[in-house]
Design a protein around this ligand. Structure first.
Ligand SMILES: Nc1ncnc2c1ncn2[C@@H]1O[C@H](COP(=O)(O)OP(=O)(O)OP(=O)(O)O)[C@@H](O)[C@H]1O
Ligand SMILES: [Mg+2]
Length: 251
């Protein structure tokens, strides 16, 4: 059992496909190398990819957990967590997406309360919608990590989103520019991005982390950053993930 309560890190974006799930997995991998007990909650409820990416059988999921809580059948959180390695557990998104809308948000609080004493870090993967579930998750997070790409649409929408955060004086977010999910040339330079966003970029996942074989890792259930050869070839990316991981433990 962790000595302190887990830090809650929610991975968010303002458009789909920016690299949230991949970042969630590599961040969990980084914490696992730091020997931190890590839980990934897959709150991308309609199309969660965490269990699939880790080759884990969906024996249980967030729907089953919230349902059991609602009918007083819940006993231990361990009945709902699935093990990936010594340090990483997951609770998947519902196996059947029709059940996604049946997860009542009032149980999110309770779920977080049950998992917090058991882990050092809880990483929450989300979708890019600003719905009640995600708003509640934001509210309960130590840090909201926006994963963005270098594209006009992303910049425009993230700028609006960060303005909302500032208005609400909820500034516990970081901005991660993910350059690794494309091999194509980027639109704007970092100076432009900062100017458009009116916000700093806190971390950059480098372009060199782009891997054309990423789907092979997914099919084998491997987290890229846990592979020795990948770490050797991507020392800069490893440094970035180490820095993000240790900074977020301090927040
Ligand atoms: N380092 C990388 N190298 C190559 N491709 C990558 C890399 N990181 C992400 N991708 C690809 O980019 C796409 C989006 O990544 P990912 O699924 O992590 O994003 P997401 O934000 O979780 O998407 P969604 O909004 O659909 O949940 C995927 O096809 C993934 O394979
Ligand atoms: Mg995803």
């Amino acid at each position: 059992m962790a000595i302190n309560e887990a830090k809650i890190i929610t991975i968010a974006s303002v458009k789909g496909g920016t690299g949230k799930t991949t970042t969630a997995l590599n961040l969990a991998g980084t914490y696992s190398l730091m020997n931190k007990k890590t839980l990934i909650l897959d709150f991308d409820l309609y199309s969660g990819g965490i269990a699939l990416s880790l080759n884990i059988d969906l024996k249980t999921d967030l729907y089953k957990l919230s349902y059991d809580m609602s009918v007083n059948d819940y006993k231990n959180i361990e009945d709902y967590t699935l093990k990936y390695n010594e340090n990483i557990d997951i609770i998947p998104a519902p196996k059947d997406p029709r059940y996604a809308s049946k997860i009542e948000i009032k149980y999110i609080n309770l779920i977080l309360k049950k998992v917090k004493p058991k882990y050092d870090v809880v990483i929450i993967d989300t979708n890019h919608f600003l719905d009640a579930t995600n708003l509640l998750l934001f509210d309960k997070s130590n840090t909201i990590m926006y994963v963005m790409n270098n594209s006009p649409l992303d910049l425009k929408n993230l700028k609006s989103m960060l303005a909302i955060h500032k208005d609400m004086e909820k500034e516990n977010y970081i901005v991660v520019l993910n350059e690794s999910n494309t091999h194509l040339n980027e639109m704007f330079n970092n100076y432009d991005i900062k100017n458009i966003l009116k916000n700093d970029i806190d971390y950059i996942i480098p372009r060199t982390f782009y891997n054309k074989n990423i789907n092979k890792y997914v099919l084998k259930g491997k987290i890229m950053i846990l592979e020795k050869n990948i770490r050797m070839l991507n020392k800069n990316t490893v440094k970035v993930f180490n820095k993000i991981a240790s900074d977020l433990l301090e927040r």
